[in-house]
Design a protein around this ligand. Structure first.
Ligand code: UDP
Length: 329
């Protein structure tokens, strides 16, 4: 009998890669998405697979699934500052009410559930690199607060379900991840730079570009999730790539990679933009025997190949600029 897994946010960037992985591993995959930020084109290649089913549903509302369920992966959520500004209430609801519904479903089905948490629980971190023990430095009412606090609540309710109801829970703290199927117009730095390079626009570095991020290629990240789900570790665990770079140096790498003739222009830094971010992944190394394998050079090349193949129509429909000005200092 095949194992059955429910993946929420299945039409999104991470969700769609999870669907591919679980289909490849021989699971029956129930994919769920309300398609607010997800896109069916990310999973349309799976529709012909008899082990794949798609449900168009908002998990902030009661979730019903017929039959048995072995695993749930809750990856439904807007995940970029532009999205939080456009759909703040839905962002709060999917992290809070959605998680509650899925924990209830896990309890009902006796399923193991993995929750997608985030490095945003650390806010603008005062500890560097970030270890799982660090409690974070989050502005509850800033533009990112709707996401950060929903995810912090998500971790709390997940641990409460584990402790009070004995549910098997797993919590992944996801750091910046990139790769094919990132949404071109979500305002995040990689799609933004890729789109700009391909449209022949200047690359917009926010602030002076001295803020840092550590980017993990999606295949590495998915491997980390898979290992975590199959492990018996219930506490939050950082899954990300510790290879840290300033945004300015990263923009220079993108110019080299894409061969664009454009220059770098500086724009104001968004409110509450974390100044530095790098995961400490000692726990993942020790407990999951996991660490990223794909270099930024190789990962970014694969990512550029994806963006290069988008249609001109997709490439030129960019909505994030209208919103980004609202979140600047
Ligand atoms: N960023 C930038 N130019 C852009 C988009 C983003 O310099 O066109 C910066 C942003 O200010 C942040 C970093 O890139 O410091 C990563 O931003 P992203 O939204 O991708 O992720 P997050 O801030 O959530 O890590």
């Amino acid at each position: 009998m095949k194992k059955r897994v429910l993946i929420t946010g299945a039409a999104g960037f991470l969700g769609s890669h999870l669907c591919d992985r679980f289909i490849a591993e021989g699971f029956e995959v129930l994919a769920m998405d309300n398609l607010i930020t997800g896109d069916l084109k990310n999973i349309e290649h799976l529709f012909k697979d008899p082990n794949f089913e798609f449900y168009h549903h908002d998990v902030s509302k009661f979730v019903h699934v017929a039959g048995k369920l072995d695993y749930i992966l809750h990856f439904a959520s807007p995940a970029s500052p532009i999205d939080y500004l456009k759909i703040p209430i839905q962002t709060l609801k999917v992290g809070a009410l959605g998680t509650h519904n899925l924990l209830g479903l896990a309890k009902e089905k006796n399923a193991r559930i993995l929750i997608a948490s985030t490095s945003e629980v650390y806010g603008d971190p005062l500890v560097h690199p970030q270890t799982e023990e660090y409690y974070g430095n989050v502005n509850t009412i800033g533009p990112r607060g709707v996401y950060d606090e929903a995810k912090r609540f998500q971790e709390s309710i997940t641990m409460a379900y584990h402790r009070f109801h004995g549910i098997e829970t797993r919590i992944a703290r996801i750091f910046n991840t990139y790769g094919p199927r990132m949404r071109l117009n979500d305002g995040r730095v990689i799609p933004a730079f890729m789109g700009q390079a391909l449209r022949g626009e200047d690359l917009t570095v926010f602030g002076d570009g001295s803020q840092t991020r550590s980017f993990c290629f999606v295949d590495d990240e998915i491997e980390g999730f898979f290992r975590l789900l199959m492990s018996d570790y219930v506490y939050p665990i950082n899954i990300g790539n510790p290879n840290e770079i300033t945004i300015l140096d990263f923009a220079k790498e993108i110019i080299k990679l894409t061969g664009t003739q454009q220059k770098i222009v500086f724009e104001p830094l968004p409110i509450d933009d974390p100044l530095q971010r790098q995961p400490n992944i000692n726990k993942a190394k020790e407990i999951l025997k996991w660490e990223p394998k794909i270099s930024r050079e190789i990962g970014m090349k694969k990512t550029f190949d994806y963006f290069k193949n988008l249609s001109p129509e997709e490439l030129f429909k960019s909505e994030h600029k209208d919103f980004s000005k609202h979140i600047r200092r």
